[in-house]
Design a binder for this molecule. Structure first.
Ligand code: FAD
Ligand code: EPU
Length: 311
């Protein structure tokens, strides 16, 4: 860890252990750029970079990563839930901008209190809005794209404003290219009552009662369709298998937990074992940093003034 410094445009830059930004609690150091404005983001994206959200789907190497790691902060982590009168109609509301760095759990709680529905199914997902949009995080009760009206995305070539219809999104996939950064979104919400929203959230929350409460990056593998990945790993007899400080959770086999002192290598060993033992090809849901083809492609573009390409 080093002392913080300021970039040319005023971003705070500091070398920090990434473990503290992840729900697994694993990961070595990198240069972290805390960007609060679009100008700072453009500067941060002018050298190879990665974007870090809530760190709830990441297994980061113990050596850290060589690229800059961008975190959205300040206004890019604030929310304006005021309905936009020009875009809202009757009970179908469209909010002001919600920053990609906004924590999703607090947003979902706030929407419940306001009696605004459409994102109830995302309750309990410990992501930031940008990361949850990028993955189209969700449950069988609903996903991020159920509540999106507009997306603002920073690309190496400039800023784009898109509608969900512009993207080929689906299960755990937004269609947004790797390395493009979700800076802000406008939410599309349905006016309801706090009680009704709470009832739907409770339904979604009940479905995760069997998930472990320890440090974890969530489900390791996407469900391959038909039978869930958790059930397949369970049926392969792997629950409770331990490598170093990492354990396949006895509560739910698609979760690997950190018992304390786990390394990225311990987690990789368990992932390899699961792949060997389960007869069906499984697609990883986590992202491994740096992780070769699964790691994020870094941009090498130069900083340039950004124009909004599409409204
Ligand atoms: P990170 O983990 O920080 O990053 C994941 C990916 O998103 C990386 O490629 C990163 O570069 C990219 N990214 C992050 N921010 C941005 C941004 N602003 N713009 C573009 N790309 C970005 N997931 C589900 O879908 N459903 C669940 O029910 C669920 N339950 C979970 C429960 C637990 C206890 C945990 C720990 C995780 C769970 N997850 C679940 C997994 C995880 O929360 C999701 O994958 C989530 O989308 C990750 O978002 P994040 O902000 O934490 O992203
Ligand atoms: N099962 C087993 N053994 C296990 C785990 C599960 O037999 O060890 C069985 C269960 O009994 C159930 C079935 O598998 O019959 C499905 O399990 P569960 O209801 O727990 O759902 P899941 O498909 O494993 C999905 C998401 C979760 C989300 C929950 C709740 C994926 C990969 N997982 O889990 O998302 O929270 O539904 O809606 O889609 C994540 O993506 O990180 C995640 C946690």
């Amino acid at each position: 860890m080093t002392a913080a410094s300021e970039s040319q445009t005023g971003a705070r830059v500091q070398r920090l252990p990434l473990a503290r930004f992840t729900t697994l609690g694993v990961g070595g150091e990198a240069e972290v750029w805390f960007v609060a404005t679009h100008e700072q983001l453009a500067e941060a994206m002018s050298a190879p970079y990665r974007i870090l959200g809530g760190g709830s789907n990441l297994v980061i190497a113990d050596e850290g990563v060589p690229e800059r790691v961008i975190r959205l902060s300040g206004p890019l982590a604030e929310r304006d839930l005021t309905p936009d009168p020009d875009l809202s109609e009757g009970d179908a509301l469209v909010t002001g901008w919600v920053g990609g760095g906004v924590p999703l759990p607090g947003l979902v709680r706030a929407l419940q209190k306001l009696g605004l529905g459409n994102l109830e199914g995302t309750v309990g997902i410990p992501a930031q809005v940008g990361g949850a949009v990028w993955m189209n995080a969700g449950t069988r009760y609903g996903e991020m794209f159920d509540g999106l009206h507009t997306l603002e995305i920073a690309t190496p070539d400039g800023l784009q404003v898109l509608s969900p219809d512009d993207l080929r999104w689906g299960y755990r996939n937004s269609g947004i290219p790797r390395g493009h950064i979700v800076t802000r979104v406008r939410l599309k919400l349905q006016r309801s009552t706090p009680e009704e929203v709470l009832a739907k959230m409770t339904l979604a929350d009940t479905a995760r009662k069997g998930q472990p409460k320890m440090k974890t990056p969530g489900c390791a593998f996407k469900n391959p369709g038909g039978v869930g990945a958790g059930r397949l790993i369970d049926e392969a007899g792997l629950k409770g298998t331990r490598v170093g400080g990492a354990l396949i959770a006895p509560e739910h086999a698609n979760f690997i937990v950190n018992l304390g002192g786990a390394t990225a290598g311990d987690v990789h060993a368990l992932l390899d074992l699961i792949r060997q033992r389960v007869g069906v090809p499984l697609e990883l849901e986590y992202e491994l940093w740096p992780g070769g083809a699964q790691g994020q492609a870094a941009s090498t573009s130069t900083s340039r003034p950004w124009a909004v390409e599409r409204q």
